[in-house]
Write a protein that binds this ligand. Sequence first.
Ligand code: SF4
Ligand code: SF4
Length: 407
Amino acid sequence: MALSFTCYASLITKSQDQLNYSKYNGVEKVKSIIKKTVIPSVSCSPVESLQKGNWVKLICGASFEDLVDIRNLSLVYTLAGVDCIDCAAEASVVNAVNEGIEAARALVPIRRPWVMISVNDDEDLHFRKAEFDPDDCPQDCTRPCEKVCPANAILQKGGVLAERCYGCGRCLPVCPYDKIRAITYVRDVTATAELLERDDVDAIEIHTSGREPSVFKELWSGLGNSTTNLKLIAVSFPDLRDSTISAMKAMYAIMEANIQCFNLWQLDGRPMSGDIGRGATRNAIAFARKLASAGDKPKGFLQLAGGTNDHTVEGLKKEGLFQMTTVHEASRYETIPSSLHSPNALIAGVAFGGYARKIVGRVLSSVHSHHGLARVEDFPEQLLQAIIESLALVGTVKCYNIQKPST
Ligand code: SF4
Ligand code: SF4
């Protein structure tokens, strides 16, 4: 059954009387509407999504640590049917993601997305924070840093709110007085290994430049047996042009003996830029085209990231890469239980970060600005708006049959 956008829209545009129902009735209304909706991915396991080519991952951000936003984003995107939620490798962040997932499952008995933590083997754009001393800023500065920040991480008249800064770097070049510094960091391998032992962490992603096998090996060795019970191991890396396949082979050779689950290559096109617009997704698609046609790459699903947005699937379709399968790919998984055998898609799916956060963040920030540290499910009107936004994006990959409400 198709999900009708109009049913959500009509609820939202109901009279104010109906919107003013009690919180309890509001949540019950949300429950009843969602229950009537059949979202195809809900019955589809994350592994099946990878194989079919309709895997969707929400990237909360390797450095984003605003716990209220993370919880609410996780709730909304769980309801939209994502397969995985990727977050910072911090216990409090992992708790917030799992709380959001369980809050969603309390509304609807939906299958649980995998929880992935992101770490780095060396300096990496995703693992940095901007910082400046507001007392050191000229009084008459027009504060372009504040305007350019996509995360609302720069406080009015203040400095950077560290938990909201995810290191996109856009504020750095716009400061006319060169007051902003970028502080980079590497996640602690021992703390990461402890997180991986938790029952509510299913996957890890290693961000790497791909150029230094020795630092990759050091991190991998440091993780020891902590990866044994994982469901997925992902490696996120940029397009290294002619060295891409050799770098993948070197990394796979390091991991191979200890991989006891699926593995995935995250093709990081243009990092942290999906919210900028249509063109941002081109690099990820070009990267995917190159790897999909490479015959000698090591085993592992391919997934796009970096600049992904609501134009990504359209671009993949133009390249003939969207949900196309080859028998050759299926044969690469001969060690996997027969129940999971099926031809694999050339491209397993898409991860959405900045764009996903932006479209739902608009709704969440209206809740927070009026109600402080709020649970989005206590505000049915906003929850439904957030669900509409997230379904429209996730639906580009999952092929939900959604009719947009007429304006
Ligand atoms: S613009 Fe980017 S790097 Fe600068 S404070 Fe905002 S999120 Fe952080
Ligand atoms: S643009 Fe530079 S000088 Fe101006 S408020 Fe931002 S950090 Fe300070």
